[in-house]
Design a protein around this ligand. Structure first.
Ligand code: GLN
Length: 449
């Protein structure tokens, strides 16, 4: 049924870069055979999933939204890909994304733009716009994303779906194409809070193949999503994440959601996190610094595209031609900014200062989590903007991540859940919790459904 829906609507939505129909049907048949044989199956066995094209899938192309990886087929699976296979989850295909997960609209994809199912002239968010659009258009009931600065939560917010950025280290990065390694966090996307929790439980937990993976049990996210009990919970509204620049409709839906939480027994308090004002600036130094290092591996020798290799050209010439042709404008912009920020003479002024701000943001979180069990804000300052509107203005594009970036810098966890519509477009409500308290996200998320 989901493959039929993809065939019916994806010409218009463009959520998928690659549909793996034969593989999907074979997995579904294997699950059916197991069920018939009386095997004990996982709760998600046979459930279809749309996978962001950043996860390595053995035998299925993985492009990360970039022409430089066009035609590359990974020789191995990411840990998360393997865990999904073990659980009998049916991978329908790979979804569109901004190139190397850099963007907030999917317009930076090297292939095509994805359209928001609510209004095809609007962006579906980014970088994981393909996964979010697949959920919102009922092409898949589950999807996967990665969140480095908001790429799971912001697309969830603008498509009326649920997106979770787990605690950093709570989900494995092994086999996930690296953007900014100290921030990258794979996570679940779904249409309901409980569906997201069920997926989180399958993909989460310690992985010895990832050196930053946390060796501790995953909190009971499914139990929390089933309960939704928030009586006595202290919910902290972050002063800095609201006010000027926030659309009136977004603020209104946010205020109504707060009232709903209060009615369900939560206590609303106000908290201030003054360093959050500098989060965007710090992120846009730390992230490109890591990008410039991580993207050095695309050297025309190891993966995908190779341009100008006529037998006479030097390795350096082939490298230059390939990187020139294979990377899009945003990838080049960030490689250049990152290389500059890390260069001798500027390192302390830029990268060093940004790292200090990162510490201040973590300290703000620690203080706020003394006064509140969870913190809340709108997920994004506005609803989905129009395709093309911000492409020539990178700074306007970066503002889409104002509320989501602090959690990435601190490494803690956050969720975006739908909280109604403003002018016919979805609004997202963000809940942030301390590291390894992912269960609180689901408790509050479920209370809002
Ligand atoms: N939109 C942000 C950026 O462009 C976030 C990206 C992400 O989370 N992968 O960097």
């Amino acid at each position: 049924a989901h493959l039929d829906q993809i065939a019916a609507v994806d010409d218009r939505i463009n959520a998928f870069l690659h549909v793996a129909a034969d593989r999907a049907l074979a997995t579904a048949d294997a699950v059916d055979a197991g069920r018939a044989a009386g095997e004990v199956l996982s709760p998600l066995a046979g459930v279809p999933l749309a996978m962001k094209d950043i996860f390595c899938t053995k035998g299925i192309p993985t492009t990360c939204g970039s022409r430089i990886l066009e035609g590359w087929v990974p020789p191995y699976d990411s840990t998360i890909t393997s865990r999904l296979a073990d659980a009998g989850v049916v991978v329908l295909g790979k979804t569109n994304m901004d190139e190397f997960a850099m963007g907030s609209s999917t317009e930076n994809s090297g292939f095509f733009v994805t359209h928001n199912p609510w209004d095809n002239t609007k962006i579906p968010g980014g970088s994981g716009g393909g996964s979010a659009a697949a959920l919102a258009s009922f092409e898949a009931p589950l999807a996967l994303g990665t969140d480095t600065g908001g790429s799971i939560r912001q697309p969830a917010s603008v498509t009326g779906t649920v997106g979770v950025k787990p605690t950093y280290g709570g989900t494995s990065r092994y086999g996930v194409v690296a953007m900014a390694s100290s921030l990258d966090t794979p996570g679940p996307c779904a249409r309901t809070v409980l569906d997201a929790a069920l997926l989180h439980q399958v993909i989460g937990g310690w992985d010895p193949m990832d050196s930053t993976s946390i060796n501790a049990p995953l909190p009971d996210v499914v139990g929390a999503a089933r309960s939704g009990d928030i009586s006595g919970m202290r919910v902290g509204v972050v002063t800095e994440l609201g006010g000027e620049g926030y659309a009136p409709g977004v603020e209104q839906r946010f205020a109504e959601a707060l009232e709903a939480l209060q009615r369900r027994g939560a206590e609303i308090v106000e908290v201030s996190c003054p360093s959050f004002d500098y989060a965007l600036a710090a992120y846009y130094l730390i992230m490109p610094s890591e990008v410039s290092s991580n993207l050095a591996r695309f050297d025309a020798m190891r993966y995908g595209l190779r341009v100008g290799d006529d037998g006479n050209a030097s390795a350096e010439e082939v490298m230059n031609l390939t990187r020139g042709a294979g990377f899009g404008a945003e990838a080049k912009r960030r490689i250049i900014i990152g290389t500059y920020a890390l260069s001798a003479g500027y390192y302390d002024a830029y990268y060093g200062s940004a790292q200090k701000v990162r510490t201040l943001i973590t300290q703000d979180f620690n203080a706020a989590f003394g006064a509140a069990d969870v913190l809340v804000s709108p997920t994004t300052p506005t609803t989905a903007f129009t395709i093309g509107e911000r492409v020539d203005d990178p700074l306007a594009m970066y503002k889409a991540d104002l509320c989501t970036i602090p959690s990435n810098l601190a490494g803690n966890c956050a969720i975006s859940v739908p909280c109604g519509l403003a002018d016919g477009l979805p609004v997202g409500f963000q809940v942030m919790a301390p590291a390894m308290a992912d269960d609180r996200l689901y408790r509050v998320g479920a209370a809002l459904e």
